[in-house]
Write a protein that binds this ligand. Structure first.
Ligand code: UTP
Length: 289
């Protein structure tokens, strides 16, 4: 079985929920404290053994590619000022990956964004990672999915249980439990009403997929919201080739949503030695005063 070496990160969305912040700044560069969200995701991929990162970008997103490039002027200035550890961090980021960037010329949907990377991925299985979903986990979430792909020889989607109130915000899985954390996917419905939802098991933003998904995506008609939906292609993949829903281990933050973004920032800051104790004391004081 081929090894999973490549990962697609779709970043061509408009990020309307964060306007006006995202008018000139890509949503993916908004930070978790001082680390851009896209970097957190790329670090997860590197730790999962991914060698090639493919960014599907749109207008106004070139600063994301710049973030992973060398900035010689900045590096010279940091060295000249004796800021060695900052310089080390800045150079480490540039050496981490050399991403390939592909333009999605119109935001026609997540399925279409994935299809844009077809020629670069070629005929091998690959990961798709949505940078709106930050997953803090002992084993990187993408690696957990890769291991399940290797175990079952079928595509894998990250799954998590959501409350009734959130069902209409996700792709929802209909299927049967195979073993602990593992479900055989039979149907997938994008953003169903509570009445139409086959379960409370939602798809989160991590996938490991066989290359056959590209042929399926080429046949998918616009679905929910007039967009080419990845969920619709996954539904066909589940029927024709099989698909696993895997309840990953870890804490997921939806940073595409304002409240989720704030919570992720607080959670990340609380974990840090330089900020955690002071933030915790400040929060306690605020909540009790
Ligand atoms: P969202 O549905 O969250 O859209 O996309 P968005 O534009 O990022 O954010 P809002 O809702 O307007 O605030 C889910 C993922 O799919 C990508 C986005 O970049 C995001 O990673 N996407 C979506 C594309 O790359 N292209 C598209 O046409 C649509």
């Amino acid at each position: 079985m081929s090894r999973i070496r490549k990962a697609i990160i779709p970043v061509a969305g408009l990020g309307t929920r964060f306007l006006p912040a995202t008018k000139a700044v890509p949503k993916e560069l908004l930070p978790l404290v001082d680390v851009p969200a896209i970097q957190v995701v790329v670090e997860e991929l590197v730790a999962s053994g991914i060698e090639q990162v493919i960014l599907v970008t749109g207008r106004g997103k070139s600063a994301i590619v710049d973030h992973f490039d060398h900035s010689y002027e900045l590096e010279d200035i940091l060295r000249a000022r004796g800021k060695e550890s900052l310089n080390d961090e800045v150079t480490r980021i540039s050496s981490m990956v050399r991403p390939i960037s592909i333009r999605q010329k119109k935001p026609l949907g997540l399925g279409h964004a994935v299809l844009c990377a077809k020629d670069v991925v070629g005929n091998e299985p690959f990961a798709v990672v949505l940078p709106d979903d930050i997953i803090a986990a002992r084993t990187p979430a993408t690696l957990q999915l890769i291991e399940r792909y290797e175990q079952y020889g079928a595509g894998v989607v990250a799954a998590m249980t959501v409350p009734d109130s959130d069902v209409s915000m996700y792709g929802i899985i209909g299927g049967e439990a195979m073993s602990d954390r593992i479900h055989r996917v039979k149907t997938l419905i994008e953003k169903p009403s509570l009445a139409m939802a086959p379960s409370r098991l939602a798809v989160a933003g991590r996938y490991v997929l066989p290359p056959q998904i590209f042929d399926i995506l080429e046949q998918v008609e616009p679905g929910h919201g007039g967009e080419i939906q990845l969920t619709d292609a996954l539904q066909t993949l589940a029927r024709e080739e099989g698909l696993i829903g895997y309840e990953f281990e870890g804490t997921r933050h939806d940073i595409g949503d304002k409240f989720g973004f704030l919570k992720a920032n607080i959670a990340f800051a609380l974990e840090r030695d330089d900020l955690g104790p002071a933030l915790e004391a400040w929060l306690r004081e605020r909540l009790t005063s």
